[in-house]
Design a protein around this ligand. Structure first.
Ligand code: AMP
Ligand code: MN
Ligand code: MN
Ligand code: MN
Length: 288
């Protein structure tokens, strides 16, 4: 088992737990090194760091940036970012700024199919209205009885080709990687398995090109072990890591009790041959 968990969400984005409760849960479940990676926002990191000090675990400052690449939505995690860095903050602000208008369009599209009142409902589930997103819509639609759980709401309403999905332009890949690097962070491709599955998926050749472009931009890592990957995918993405010279990262992508594929702190080891992403900072720390 790995005692690192380098991808999870608090109520600052679309997680259910406040940053301090998330850290307490991680510590209680044996995580020694936790990265909080809220979508497009770093507002939870100070609270998480204070809680981590209390619980005696390491908190890694992280973020998960929404990116559009060749018409596909891709997520780039930044690890060891400096949350006070102006360039990063300005970039994240620009990504967040379009979420409100997008939510409005999603609600209008759902209203056309006879599902009303969704915008107000979704905002009631968003503790940080700046990050209003599909998960908040999903929680409202479950509450209103349109589906039995968050996962089936996505399949029925919120993925490409369904009534609540609207195409959206997120950050450009070079920008997202650039913001992370500008503040000393390490850029990691999040959950690659998600891009080659489901409706509107990209082909494996496209994924290869994404990884090659990402590495050329100075991206350093790829999530090999993700809460959303199968064991076969751990092996597949370990191979891609080797092929593109990327370090291996791991994260549950935990959003809340009962809602995620995996809870915090139960990630299996990497397949043999992986170089873990923490090599990038632990080697430097030993020299200090
Ligand atoms: P957004 O940034 O508003 O597009 O929302 C993306 C978030 O929706 C992801 O970070 C997940 O938390 C959630 N999500 C996306 N696809 C699914 C799915 N198929 N099932 C459950 N949650 C999903
Ligand atoms: Mn999410
Ligand atoms: Mn993601
Ligand atoms: Mn995530």
């Amino acid at each position: 088992m790995l005692d690192y968990d380098l991808h999870c969400h608090s109520s600052v984005s679309d997680g259910l737990l406040a940053p301090s409760d998330l850290v307490a849960r991680a510590a209680g479940r044996g995580v020694k090194s936790l990265a909080l990676t809220d979508h497009d926002d770093v507002a939870g990191l100070a609270e998480a760091a204070a809680a981590a000090r209390q619980h005696g675990i390491q908190l890694i400052n992280g973020v998960e940036i929404s990116v559009s690449w060749r018409g596909h939505t891709v997520h780039i995690v930044g690890l060891r970012i400096d949350p006070s860095c102006a360039q990063l903050l300005e970039g994240l602000r620009s990504v967040r700024s379009s979420r409100g208008a997008r939510a409005q369009l999603m609600a209008e599209s759902l209203a056309k199919t006879g599902i009303g009142g969704v915008l107000e409902g979704a905002y009631r589930h968003a503790s940080n209205p700046d990050i209003i997103g599909r998960t908040h819509f999903a929680r409202y639609l479950v509450e209103a009885g349109y589906a039995r759980d968050v996962r089936s709401v996505f399949d029925k309403y919120l993925v490409k080709g369904k009534p609540g999905y609207v195409p959206h332009q997120w950050a450009a890949l070079p920008d997202a990687v650039g913001w992370i690097r500008s503040c000393g962070g390490i850029a990691v491709v999040a959950h690659p398995g998600r891009y080659i599955a489901g409706s509107g998926r990209m082909g494996k050749n496209n994924l290869r090109e994404l990884l090659s472009e990402f590495a050329a931009l100075g991206g350093r890592g790829i999530e090999v072990v993700s809460g959303t990957h199968t064991p076969e995918q751990y092996v597949e993405f370990a191979r891609y890591a080797g092929e593109f010279g990327l370090l291996a990262s791991c994260g549950s992508d935990f959003h809340g009790p009962g809602e995620s594929y995996r809870d915090l702190g139960c990630l299996p080891d990497f397949p043999p041959g992986c170089r873990p992403v923490w090599e990038a900072w632990e080697a430097a720390e030993e020299l200090e």
